[in-house]
Unconditional design. Sequence first.
Length: 407
Amino acid sequence: MLNKEIFEFPIVYTNPIPRIALGWGAHQTIGDECKAAGMKKALIVTSGLKGTGIVEEIKGIIEHAGVATEIFAKTTSNPKDHEIMEAYKVFKEAKCDGVVAIGGGSSIDTAKCVRVIDANGGQHVNNFTVFLDPPFAETLKKMKPCTVPQISVATTSGTGAEVSSWAAISNTKDRAKVLVSGPNVQSTLAVVDPLLARTQPRDVAAWTGFDAMAHGIEAFVTKVQGPYAYGMLLRAVELIHNNLRDFVYNRMDKDACERMCWASTMGGIAIGFGAGAGIVHGLGHQVSALTDCHHGRINAVLMLAGELYNQPAAVDKFAALTKAMGVDTTGMTKFEAADRWFDEIEQLLDDLEIEPGNLSKQFGLEEKDIDHIVKVYSNDFCSQGNPKEFNKEEVTELMKHVLHEPY
Ligand SMILES: [Fe+2]
C-alpha cells in the first residue's frame, strides 16, 4: 500500500471534457448540434433570462432544425434539489430525449442532474451526491452512466460548468451545497458565445468573472498535482486580471468579452484536469447554502481571507500568480512577490465594487451557523487539496473573523 504521508496525491486523474464551440455566433449552430446528437425533443433548462430574448431565440433555432422543445424555466441560483426533481418530472412527462441548458452554472448543473437521475431509474438527486466519506469512487461505481445528450450554452463568463464533470446543488434538507457527479455527466457540447455573455448585467459579470478568477487561483495553489493544468491556469489568471474590469464596465468591449469567455472555460477545464478547488469554494458553497448568496460573489468576498490563510503553505505559487498578473517581480523576494498578490486582488475587488468579508453585514450570516459550515466543508473535496491541511479550530477561527472583518 502506498504511504499516504509521502504520496498524498500520487496519481493525477483527469475528467473528460466535452467538445467546445467557442466564438461569436456559436449559438446559431445549436439546432444542427441537437440534431447531430440524435435529439428529437429537447428539454430547455434555464432560469428564463428574462429581457434578453436568448431563450426565445435558441428555442426557435432548435425547432427550425426539426427538434421539438419543452421548457423548464424555474432554475434559481444555487439550484435546489426540489427544483431539480421538478425539472426531471417535466423531462419525463414531455418524453424528452435530450437537454439544452441555457444560462450560468445553475441551469447547466440542473440539466446534468436531470440526466443523472434519468440514467439511474428516477431516484432522488440527493442519492448521487459525492463526498470524501463515503469515498466518492464507491458512490460512482454504483451509478449508471448518463446516456441522454446535453448541450450547455453558457451565458455567463465564469463558472466553467459547461466544461466540468460536476454539478453543485443545494440539499435543502441538510442545508448544504453539495456536489453531484456520475459517469459521462459532462456536457456533450459546450457552446460559449461572447454574443450571449455580453448580455450579463454588470454585477453578474463581475461576480461570475471573479468565480473564474477563483478557479484560476485555487486550482493553481492546490496540493493536488496539477502540471497539466498549470499553464492554462496562469494564462486564465492573466486574462482575467487584464480584462475583467474592462468587461464589467463595458460589456460591449468585444476583446475583453471574448477573453473572459476563453478564461472562464480554461478555469473549468483546468479544475477538471486534476487540480480541483480549495477553501474559498469549499466555505463559499456552504455560505451560499445558508444565505443563497451568488456563488461568484461569495468566492470574491472570501478570496482574501481564504488565501491569507493559505499563503504560508504556497508562497512560490502566490509569487507566480503575481507575475501572471503582469507585476514585474524582478528584485522582489518570493515572499514580497507573494504578498503583492494580495494588493492586486484587493485593488481588483475595489475596482469591481465587491466588498470583501463582513459576512454578517453582507449576508446576515450568524456565529451559530459556523459549526455547520465547517462540518460540511470538512467532508467536501475542496478541503482535501487545499494547500493547508484541514484543521477544524483554524477554519472555525477564520470564519468567525470574516463575519465582521474584511479579511
Ligand atoms: Fe466556482
